[in-house]
Design a protein around this ligand. Structure first.
Ligand code: ZN
Ligand code: ZN
Length: 113
């Protein structure tokens, strides 16, 4: 997949509660941390292997019931990042394709209010 869209830059701001990604095709994504944590792709958070690709983008638009902070981000190979959350959770491997599919911008997610 040489034409795979990959991040060219990832920035997180815990004070603004947002993770931003610049993509190689010029797209820009902003993920509220609450929704990103709630959409953690690990088996535990998904509630089983059968739900591994079920994400809820509406979680990016709810009022956060708590603040999550990112303590570290590590790239996994050339296809994913691992996010180390301040609640100790770090099992989720956020693959590029998953992150892009989750993009909550108006263009990618016109269903948003
Ligand atoms: Zn998880
Ligand atoms: Zn988008």
């Amino acid at each position: 997949m040489s034409d795979q869209v990959i991040p060219t830059g990832i920035e997180v701001s815990n004070s603004d509660q947002v993770l931003e990604i610049e993509w190689s095709d010029g797209h820009h994504s902003e993920y509220p941390l609450f929704g990103l944590r709630k959409n953690c792709p690990c088996v535990t958070c998904r509630g089983g292997h059968g739900n591994m690709n079920s994400f809820d983008r509406s979680l990016f638009f709810v009022d956060p019931t708590q603040n999550f902070e990112v303590e570290d981000i590590k790239q996994i190979g050339n296809h994913a990042i691992k996010i180390f959350w301040n609640d100790g959770h770090n099992n989720g491997m956020y693959q590029w394709g998953t992150l892009r599919d989750m993009c909550p911008c108006k263009e990618c997610y016109p269903e948003q209010a």
